[in-house]
Design a binder for this molecule. Structure first.
Ligand SMILES: Cc1ncc(COP(=O)(O)O)c(C=O)c1O
Length: 405
């Protein structure tokens, strides 16, 4: 069978592959803990349920405006004003099937073949694949060993005449770090000077801890939205734990939104009005649900930090946001794929190898689940890797003895 070279070269998502393996183990009755997936355990906010149910009950579920229904755009405009201090027009907003489609559509709309997009390690796995699907070239900037924050000089040095954009994801998946405001300011200035896009993937921007805040890039530019090189991607998946509704959006100059709309018209025709009604309900509903989710995740992060304190050999940069931690596991084995496989086999815990995020020697641990999952999951990882931890543990109702060191 002859398949497209471009499509065949798309890397399999490691998260989906590991989840599938975990699902099969669970089906066989194994007590698997999934610290791989980034998905809050909360129920959909009631305002979102009511609003989408009303749409469904109306029986008016038809094609809608491909760039988003006006009432959802209105809610997004208000959100942008409240959270970014930016007044934008409906023509600056486009609604997509999740932030992932926002990113794909954006990159597709700005790249010519062989153009470059700078991504910063550790980076979300999909960035590099999306860029390649759009026939572009991802250029990775890697921070100094032991840090997850890039040096501005390294970003500047990575720019060539083919660079079209820099993707900035702060708070960052997979490390949980927030880049300092000075760095954001420097990148804004650089992008404006060079005439390239700064794509801010702000999907975690409200999930921050201990009073830390990710200062929006908009804060550092006085340019009107139509002339600005700052483009913001956001969505309801992480903000409200509404991953299954698949609603994201982009705030951009209208010329770019127009091209992105044409792409949507020829691909998906837009987002289901039922999902859009849910997103609208969430955005217009009580925002205490966001704070409740944030507090629950912060508590999980605190539990994780507590558990890791007695974990000999592991090194961790404290997450300041998101629901991920990216510990350095090189003291045990520098090959993160081997470590993740080993942890699933011996300890029945799903983690994601850091190699997939451009950060070998680390594994990503998600603390978006329950406190019990975090506590038990870390105890199992400790048991599997740290020879100074007790060598017996219960996994489900099975007593396990560490016999490999
Ligand atoms: C950094 C980042 N951007 C975008 C997304 C995609 O979000 P959505 O589920 O809205 O497509 C994710 C999801 O994990 C993410 O971690």
């Amino acid at each position: 069978m002859k398949l497209s070279k471009l499509a065949s070269e798309i890397a399999e998502s490691p998260t989906f592959a590991l989840n599938e393996e975990a699902r099969q183990l669970r089906e066989r009755g194994e007590a698997v803990i999934n610290l791989g997936i980034g998905e809050p355990k909360n129920k959909t906010p009631i305002a979102a349920i009511l609003s989408s149910a009303a749409k469904l009950i109306s029986g008016e579920v038809k094609y809608v405006a491909p760039d988003g229904v006006p009432s959802l755009k209105k809610a997004i405009i208000r959100y942008t004003e409240e959270n970014y201090d930016r007044l934008v027009a409906p023509e600056n907003v486009i609604v997509t099937n999740g932030a992932k489609q926002s990113l794909f559509n954006l990159i597709f709309s700005i790249l010519n073949p062989q153009d470059e997009v700078i991504i910063i390690a550790p980076y979300w796995v999909s960035y590099a694949e999306i860029i390649k699907m759009c026939m572009g070239r991802p250029v990775v900037v890697t921070p100094e060993d032991g840090t997850f924050t890039p040096r501005f000089e390294d970003i500047e040095r990575a720019i060539t005449s083919s660079t079209r954009a820099i993707i900035v994801n702060s708070p960052n998946n997979p490390s949980g770090v927030i880049y300092p405001p000075e760095l954001i300011e420097q990148i804004v200035e650089l992008c404006e000077r060079k005439g390239i896009f700064m794509i801010c993937d702000d999907i975690y921007h409200k999930l921050t801890f201990d009073g830390n805040r990710a200062v929006p890039a908009y804060h550092f530019t006085k340019k009107h939205i139509e002339d600005s090189h700052v483009v913001v991607v956001n969505g309801v998946a992480k903000l409200y734990g509404m991953t299954g509704f698949r609603v994201g959006w982009v705030i951009a100059p209208r010329a770019l939104v127009r091209v992105m709309t044409n792409v949507i018209v020829q691909t998906t025709s837009g987002v289901s009005p039922v999902s859009q009604a849910a997103a609208e309900g969430a955005l217009n509903g009580l925002q205490s649900v966001v704070e409740a989710l944030r507090l629950q995740i912060q508590n999980n992060r605190d539990v994780l930090l507590q558990e890791i304190k007695s974990f000999n050999g592991i090194r961790l940069i404290e997450p300041q946001g998101t629901f991920y931690a990216l510990p350095d596991i090189r003291a045990f084995n520098g090959n993160s794929v081997e470590v993740s496989r080993f942890l699933l086999k011996k300890a029945m815990v799903v983690t994601v190898p850091g190699r997939e995020f451009g950060m070998e020697g680390h594994i990503r641990i998600s603390f978006s689940g329950s406190v019990k999952d975090v506590t038990e999951g870390i105890a199992r990882i400790k048991w599997a890797l740290d020879p100074t931890s007790p060598n017996e543990i219960y996994i489900g109702d099975k007593k396990m003895i560490r016999d490999w060191m």
